[in-house]
Design a protein around this ligand. Structure first.
Ligand code: ATP
Ligand code: MG
Length: 419
């Protein structure tokens, strides 16, 4: 018995009351068998989409028709969209993107046969139970992603399935069975035929998944097809995989980790180029670029440099925090000072709790006061203010008027008159 949201169950019952047959299919059945909460419910039905629309509009429900040409309509029930799709087979995919023609059929078995993986080709009905002609439940129990039917053929039809296989491995901690894995590697080049936005969406889901590192390391040739140059990382792929697994689940950090090594291996601008090719959102591209550009800044093992970094990035403590997280994940400090990331983070905590002077105007003393105190007007005033700023940023001098003045006139300052 699989837990079904009452709103989704209501849609199934309404279709049946109208004389149609209907089953729950796809991700909701798979996730229930995995003991995970389903995030959406898909129903396969004998009803053609116009009939589905008529049934639910008669109930006063809103019906979303965006996928209607492929037989899918969404029924909105109390804020939940229940996706219904007419039983169908898919025949030819001349562009590897969308089936050329969709044939509607009356048989759930034929509908399950067109689905990508056995674990996604299980139907469930509250009274009839599971209908699992491809052994999807056994695959789920064994942690296997297995193509329905001939894997090569299924990947040729729709190469997005190759990326979906890797994504499911990353999300569920599964692995593909041998035939599916071999076919994925053999057909990886076909990924170039798919719309870039779809590649980006799958890649992003993969990078944000809990077992991402193992999946990208195992399917490196698939990643290469989506992000050309990845294989040039060679032994660096292991480091990238470990970095991905240790980072928070944020797209900017994870794309930066994926692309940082490639920037070294394939040349400056590689990260930017690959993200643009994938039509990644502008904001993401900018953030990843900034992180990668800053990655090699300040590898000096002096932890107080955190303050200098914050100053260099216009006081953007959150950015520096991300940078240090990324540097730590990529083990950039490991040789010099493995504890450095943690120490830098503690300094950032301190900085966040108090204002940091970042420019001359933030200092508790001005040029006029230095002149009043007897220092000669001229360029040495600006130089003295800069020296004071550096000392306060480093944390060696409090940003207090008396302390600053004493330091500037005591002879400690290299810019003291006559120095
Ligand atoms: P999730 O929603 O958790 O990402 P899902 O398995 O529900 O996973 P959807 O993209 O929502 O994935 O698709 C629903 C179902 O439609 C899948 O379970 C699968 O049966 C089928 N399906 C989706 N995309 C494809 C595809 N490219 N080729 C074949 N079948 C597919
Ligand atoms: Mg789904």
């Amino acid at each position: 018995c699989i837990p079904i949201d009452p709103r989704a169950l209501g849609v199934l019952r309404a279709l049946e009351a109208a004389g149609e047959t209907a089953w729950f299919v796809g991700g909701c059945v798979r996730d229930a068998l995995l003991g995970r909460p389903a995030h959406d419910f898909d129903i396969a039905t004998s009803a053609r989409w116009q009939r589905v629309r008529a049934i639910f509009q008669a109930q006063g429900r809103h019906v979303i028709e965006t996928g209607a040409e492929h037989g899918s309509v969404g029924v909105v029930v109390d804020g939940m969209v229940v996706e219904t799709t007419t039983y169908r087979t898919e025949s030819t995919y001349s562009d590897g993107r969308r089936p050329d023609d969709v044939a509607f059929v009356d048989d759930i078995a034929l509908d399950l046969a067109r689905r990508d993986f056995c674990m996604n080709a299980i139907a469930y009905h509250p009274e009839r139970g599971l209908f699992d002609p491809f052994g999807g439940k056994a695959d789920i129990e064994a942690g296997i992603v297995g193509a329905v039917g001939d894997a090569d053929k299924r990947f040729e039809e729709d190469p997005l399935r190759i990326l979906r296989a890797v994504r499911f491995c990353a999300q569920l901690g599964f692995d593909a069975d041998e035939r599916t894995r071999d076919a994925a590697v053999r057909k990886a080049g076909d990924i170039r035929r798919i719309a870039r936005e779809r590649v980006f969406a799958e890649l992003e889901k993969t990078l944000l998944a809990p077992a991402c590192g193992a999946a990208i390391a195992r399917y490196r040739s698939v990643v290469e097809a989506a992000v050309p140059g990845f294989l040039q990382l060679g032994g660096g792929i292991g480091r990238t995989a470990r970095a991905l697994d240790s980072l928070p689940t944020r797209a900017d950090l994870r794309f930066a980790a994926l692309l940082a090594g490639m920037e070294e291996a394939c040349g400056k601008g590689t990260a930017h180029d690959r993200l643009r090719t994938l039509r990644a959102p502008r904001k993401l591209i900018a953030r990843v670029n900034a992180l990668i550009a800053a990655l090699d800044e300040d590898c000096d093992p002096v932890p107080l440099q955190a303050r200098l970094l914050v100053a260099a990035h216009s006081g953007d403590i959150a950015f520096v925090r991300d940078l240090i997280t990324l540097q730590t994940a990529l083990a950039i400090f490991d040789d010099a000072s493995p504890e450095r990331g943690a120490r830098m983070s503690r300094i950032l905590d301190d900085l966040e709790s108090g204002p940091v002077p970042l420019k001359r105007a933030d200092l508790a003393i001005g040029g006029g006061e230095l002149i009043e105190a007897g220092m000669p007007a001229g360029p040495s005033i600006a130089a003295t203010l800069d020296a004071l700023l550096l000392e306060t940023i480093r944390g060696d001098l409090p940003n207090e008027r008396a302390a600053l003045l004493a330091w500037a006139t005591s002879g400690s300052c290299p810019c003291e008159p006559g120095a």
